[in-house]
Design a protein around this ligand. Structure first.
Ligand code: GTP
Ligand code: MG
Length: 634
């Protein structure tokens, strides 16, 4: 195991946990401020928990037998002293396999039977239904047992050809597949649809998650993989074989499933050892490798720096035997370096950036708030100091001035209550644009448009309608939110300029990410529709499945947009109300104190002592906040 890789992943995990702790500390701090920011505290708890659970997903994609599984073995599991995941000539891995670690459950291989493909539930949904899965316990201490159990990933079973066609597992029209039909009318199909391996490996425990996929365009048959899992992986390793170079089917899978997506992807020319030739000089061999790499970069339209040449098999052998020279020759180190020094840091920085961006806005708000509260108490103290030793008339004067201020404040506050009522109504309207009912209507009409003709044209029409209507709703919700924000801004400015409340800043409602997601799905659909393989009549089933997969993904984006809007509404309205109420309370207390001082001038000293204590406590909280802020930049 490369030291770099383990260290980088451990460092990534440690920083992630530290950041999560800083967020939790900050949430606790906010909670102590009289719980005035319940919504923000909740949001922070959410962010911290998703940080703790964050997984760095690396997917391995290729035509069959390019060596994906062997490379995974070499990169991550060589310390087992043997080949952990089954890798062999011909088709080996039969179903997409996700390797990860979850400490809450015992190590285990879970397999989803292929028959579930008849059903309309998404993979994500089925993952939450343990009853659907077959489980095999894994014993990490026993490599033999592990290896035996993991052989299940290669299992196949016979299935009636009609069923296989319906499930998109066999295409009788394809001459290259026709010979698979047996005399008894069955074909051999994968036994499992999807597998997960929960395994306590240090890299997996640190948050790495690996996706091994089967070749033979099995990806296309599982829309969720092409629409969401692969595009959302942080890095995709695309494998090719050095001896064959980029074949037609390699290029097809690359264009269909990898290159279009914006995530980080590299091409790995595997089996470089096949060029090692004792009758050729090293420099001749090197020149051939270079040529193949140049050619691959050109055909795949990738920068040359994103193409690697390795021998997964020799790397595995070298690691198992501790052969340093062979290991260097295998080229595996350049891939390990890439993972350790580019993929992982890129993910770490992105996560940091996103979290800091979100938290900084809140931290700024808290700092401004804190300064304002200290200033308020200091002003209070100054006034009390000025009054001490003075006569009652002066105190009475101060009380009258304060009363006037309070009356004026009450007027602004009641004016705001009317604004708030109006905003609440607008907020409900906004949520209606994104409601479940709206969504159902959109989905239903999209489906109707599609059902009308089960051709790709019908599908495009249906999905275009789905996407356009959803985007339209997001747009309307955003416009409404912008209008609300203008009204809010005016109201806050009034509090700021007239009553010296700290300037309150409400972020804009940003639904861009969800709109982008819908547009991304739209692009996937266009590609699906243009693909001649999907035009055949027998593919109706596939088209239906694709539409179902798409609707699930689109629905997900739309639901997330609604949650975001709900959250935004609470952030826009609730904390402000609390602050306004808090300021009113503050004015009331001060007024009350002045009244009490008027009744008995002797209480002035006590009051001063209390305000001093208050200032002391506030300064401590401020120091604590500074400490928390420092944790974020550490
Ligand atoms: N010579 C050589 N053979 C390799 C290398 N890597 C893998 N192989 C062999 O190629 C065959 C296929 O490897 P796998 O790892 O099963 O390929 P895969 O891409 O996972 O294939 P599927 O699971 O069928 O999609 C196996 O027999 C491996 O031993 C390599 O670097 N050099
Ligand atoms: Mg494999």
């Amino acid at each position: 195991m490369s030291i770099h890789l383990e260290q980088e992943v451990a460092d990534y995990s440690e920083r992630r946990m530290k950041l999560a702790t800083a967020i939790t500390d900050y949430a606790d701090w906010l909670d102590r401020q009289h719980g005035i920011d319940a919504e923000r505290t909740l949001r922070l708890a959410d962010t911290a928990s998703s940080l703790r659970q964050d997984k760095l997903v690396v997917a391995f994609v290729a035509e069959f037998s390019r060596g994906k599984t062997e490379l995974i073995n070499a990169l991550f599991f060589a310390d087992h002293g043997q080949r952990l995941l089954p890798s062999d000539a011909g088709r080996t891995t039969m179903c997409p396999t996700e390797l990860y670690s979850n400490r809450d459950e015992p190590p285990c291989l879970s397999l989803l039977p292929i028959e579930t493909r008849r059903r309309s539930e998404s993979l994500a949904h089925l993952k939450r239904m343990p009853i659907e899965w077959c489980r095999v316990s894994l014993d990490p201490e026993d490599p033999r047992q592990l290896q035996e159990s993991l052989k299940k990933l290669t299992e196949t079973r016979p299935m009636a050809a009609v069923d296989a066609i319906e499930m998109g597992l066999w295409n009788g029209d394809d001459p290259s597949e026709r010979h698979l039909l047996r005399a008894d009318g069955t074909v051999e199909v994968p036994a499992w649809r999807y597998a997960t391996v929960n395994y306590p490996h240090p890299l997996l425990q640190a948050g790495l998650s690996i996706l091994d996929t089967p070749g033979l365009n099995a990806l296309g048959a599982e829309p969720e993989l092409t629409l969401s899992v692969i595009p959302n992986a942080h890095a995709v390793m695309y494998l090719l074989a050095m001896d064959t170079g980029v074949t037609r089917s390699d290029l097809e899978i690359w264009q269909k499933h990898v290159h279009r997506h914006a995530n980080y992807h590299v091409a790995v020319l595997n089996k470089v050892d096949m060029l090692w030739d004792e009758l050729k000089s090293d420099s001749e061999v090197q020149a051939t490798i270079e040529r193949q790499m140049e050619e691959t970069a050109r055909v795949l339209k990738l920068p040359r720096s994103r193409v690697f040449a390795v021998s997964a098999q020799k790397a595995l052998v070298a690691k198992v035997r501790g052969d340093a020279e062979l290991r260097v020759r295998s080229g595996i180190e350049s891939l390990e370096y890439l993972l350790a020094h580019q993929v992982i840091p890129a993910r770490r920085d992105m996560l940091y950036h996103a979290v800091n961006h979100e938290v900084n806005v809140l931290l700024d708000g808290s700092r401004v708030d804190m300064v304002a509260r200290i200033k308020r108490s200091s002003d209070d103290l100054i006034q009390l100091t000025q009054l001490s030793g003075k006569n009652r008339e002066l105190v009475e004067q101060a009380r009258v001035t304060l009363q006037l201020e309070k009356d004026s404040y009450d007027a602004t506050a009641s004016q705001f209550r009317a604004t708030r009522k109006m905003l609440k109504a607008q907020g409900e309207h906004l949520l209606r644009h994104l409601s479940d009912d709206t969504l159902s209507v959109i989905c239903k009409s999209g489906r109707a448009a599609m059902e009308a003709s089960l051709t790709t044209r019908g599908l495009t029409g249906g999905i275009r309608q789905l996407s356009e209507q959803m985007s339209g709703r997001l747009e309307q919700a955003k416009l409404q939110a912008d209008n609300m924000l203008d009204a809010l801004d005016q109201a806050y400015s009034r509090f700021h300029s007239k009553h010296n409340l700290p300037k309150m800043q409400v972020p804009r409602l940003d639904l861009g990410a969800y709109r982008n997601r819908l547009q991304g799905l739209m692009r996937e659909t266009e590609a699906f529709c243009k693909d001649p393989a999907n035009l055949m009549l027998e593919k109706r089933f596939m088209i239906r499945r694709f539409y179902a997969g798409l609707a699930v993904e689109a629905r997900k984006a739309f639901n997330l947009a609604r949650l975001e809007a709900e959250r935004w509404l609470r952030i826009a309205l609730d904390p402000v109300m609390t602050r306004i109420r808090e300021h009113k309370q503050y004015l009331d207390t001060r007024l009350d104190n002045l009244k009490r001082i008027l009744e008995n001038m002797g209480t002035l000293k006590n009051r001063m002592a209390r305000v001093k204590d208050e200032i002391g406590a506030l300064r401590n909280e401020k120091a604590e906040l500074t400490r928390i802020v420092a944790q974020f930049s550490a």
